[in-house]
Design a protein around this ligand. Sequence first.
Ligand SMILES: Cc1cc2nc3c(=O)[nH]c(=O)nc-3n(C[C@H](O)[C@H](O)[C@H](O)COP(=O)(O)OP(=O)(O)OC[C@H]3O[C@@H](n4cnc5c(N)ncnc54)[C@H](O)[C@@H]3O)c2cc1C
Length: 405
Amino acid sequence: MNERMEAERRVVIVGAGMAGVQTAVALREQGFTGRVLLIGAEPHQPYDRPPLSKAVLLGTAEGSAFDVDFEALGIELRLGVEVTALRPDAHEVDTEAGPVPYDVLVVATGARPVALPGSEGVRGVHLLRTLDDAQRLRPVLDSRHDIVVVGAGWIGAEFTTAAREAGCAVTVVEAAGRPLAGALPDEVAAPMAAWYEESGAALLTHARVAHLEPGEVALEDGRLLPAEAVVVGIGARPATNWLAGSGVALGPEGAVTADAYLRTSAPDVYAVGDCASFPSARYGERLMVHHWDNALQGPRTVAAAIAGEAARPYDPVPYFWSEQFGRFVQYVGHHPAADTMVWRGDPDGAAWSVAWLRGDALVALLAVGRPRDLAQGRKLIEAGTPLDPGLVADPSVPLKSAARA
Ligand SMILES: Cc1cc2nc3c(=O)[nH]c(=O)nc-3n(C[C@H](O)[C@H](O)[C@H](O)COP(=O)(O)OP(=O)(O)OC[C@H]3O[C@@H](n4cnc5c(N)ncnc54)[C@H](O)[C@@H]3O)c2cc1C
């Protein structure tokens, strides 16, 4: 494509979260000279989400706006504007303010938290996804309310950590028998239940909310829990309702089913971040990753494809972290691909890891307070280095030294 043609191309990115912003930035980094328009439904300057359940919630940081000079990069921002529909034949999206044409469209609309049935619009019930949500929760923490947290997942654990730090009485209601059900195997997540008790929060497992009363949460087993506030953290689903009728193929949970280059089934339309799934050749299955690193890496593939660089298939080793109960928890890889699990250290101790192997190759690693394991494990997974499982099991041996000679 000649320079004049590229300068006239218009890339429209829908969703001004991590994935949308990183796509815009990566386009410029990769030398794209055409127009870049970033449309976001939220009125705020684009911001990062992980601090919302940590420093922003505790008031030790005011906000988490991305440090990006959009003007200097020639990225046009249209904030507080919701995109309501996509018409691929016309190469247009619809907004409340009228249609917007595109040459290339990037769908980066992220995910929306799942609401507790019957709780929508009920006073005192909170979700934690946006800056507005975090700002609404700050006074709740300041006034040291009795809080019921529904769901002992990543958000539930981080919110509970902050609320206990602020001095609130917290009861966590979890339908499964342990925290992080669905994310980690039973035996790995089981020791994490003690972290709640240790922080002074009560964790009720095998417990389900029946209904909400003013100032109380009623459980199915008849128990009533005092609750001046309820925080719901029971998962998130791709924010793709606006694509209904567009012909863009969606998977069972509503994720855009992108291909290995993050292209969708519609011409000139890409999808990236929490809203999309992609086929992983590395793990032999389609992955939907709702973590920050995926919203950082995926945009580079999209931008390379749009800028006409020799794009490589998107096939990352997934990575995420969580800060909970004074611990730094990190995970890399995809453990369902493993056939063996190896403990490195005592899960009742302050620092330990779990390694998952397929044959003698590492495929996933969970590190609690052992960031060096994580950093070394990530490289070993990427390289597929054969390891000695006996040495992997010895926490005094650096993971990289477990490589077979
Ligand atoms: C509280 C919290 C803490 C987290 N902590 C961690 C962590 O510690 N570690 C980690 O690895 N991950 C963490 N995550 C996950 C990580 O933040 C997400 O994976 C990441 O934000 C995904 O980026 P995204 O751009 O795909 O989606 P989002 O961040 O959801 O951004 C999508 C944007 O699109 C906008 N949008 C949606 N629909 C439309 C529309 N129709 N028109 C216009 N705009 C629209 C939304 O308003 C939103 O601003 C956390 C998430 C949350 C909510």
